[in-house]
Design a protein around this ligand. Structure first.
Ligand code: MC0
Length: 157
């Protein structure tokens, strides 16, 4: 079950300048930085507090690190802006399967590694009314393996 908007991914040409805009304009600070070689991006995660479930939501700023990456290709065509939205779930495998069964193209056979050790997959934007859509299970937020684990929340990263 998709439970929240985990993050909005924003493509930019210059990560440091964009980070500074978000800090100076809104007061959002960088919580985490990493380079994801597989995805071809350098990213900064800005933590937005205050969701009802006690978890956070995030703005993910993305600068391409190679010209053949998805973000570089998208930037060349569209310029800077919102690149994708990501829905949070405790069960990315199960939700990807269910959504795929509805005829939406799921881009990966198996979830891959996303920001901060999360597990991610994407839905094709052409099947989602023009929105590249990510499903993400935060590290440590997997679906409980057995019922006795009860209702542990799958929220914060
Ligand atoms: C492409 N299209 C998009 C789009 N990217 N539409 C909306 N939003 C986007 N972000 C549209 C194009 O305009 C084009 O439409 C059509 O999709 C095919 O695009 P393309 O430019 O020919 O590119 P493809 O087909 O080679 O690749 C598109 C595809 C790819 C979505 C399959 O970008 C992909 O695999 N994306 C998932 C991975 C990704 O984006 N990684 C970066 C974030 P027209 O009408 O011109 O045919 S990594 C990340 O976010 C991680 C670190 C994390 O969250 O933890």
């Amino acid at each position: 079950m998709l439970t929240r908007i985990d993050h909005i991914g924003i493509a930019c040409h210059d990560l440091e300048r964009t980070v500074e805009f978000y800090r100076a304009t809104y007061g959002f600070e960088v919580f985490h930085r990493e380079v994801n070689e597989e995805q071809g991006v350098r990213e900064a995660m800005l933590r937005i507090n205050g969701t009802d479930d006690g978890g956070a939501s995030w703005i993910q700023l993305l600068e391409p690190v190679r010209e053949d990456s998805a973000v570089a290709k998208w930037l060349a065509k569209n310029g800077e802006g919102v690149h994708h939205i990501a829905f949070g779930t405790a069960d990315v495998d199960g939700d990807a399967q269910k959504i795929g069964d509805k005829g939406v193209r799921v881009l990966y056979d198996e979830p891959r590694t996303g920001s901060m050790g999360s597990r991610i997959t994407f839905l094709h934007p052409k099947d989602c009314h023009g929105v590249l859509t990510e499903l993400v299970t935060s590290a440590g937020a997997e679906k409980p393996a057995a019922p006795e684990h009860g209702s542990e929340s799958a929220t914060d990263r």
